[in-house]
Design a protein. Sequence first.
Length: 92
Amino acid sequence: MGLRDDLIDLRRDLRRHPEIGLHLPRTRRKVLAALEGLPLEVTTGTALPSVTAMLRGGGRPGGERGPRAGAPDLAGRAAGAIDDLIGDAPCR
């Protein structure tokens, strides 16, 4: 299974199991598991259940990218970003 399929599965899983408020242990676990093994600098929040991943660009000016989505808005913002990449495939 490729990265695209993994993203689709993650999005569908998060939508099938929504968490409410700032208590998001399952979402955080899923996001951390999805990021594991990728060449990213991953940090987690202490006061909030946030996850941040930084992709370093090898020292070029402007070569760092750090898209952020806190766990509370991950399902909405990340799903929207994924939709932009893969289209709005219906959940089955």
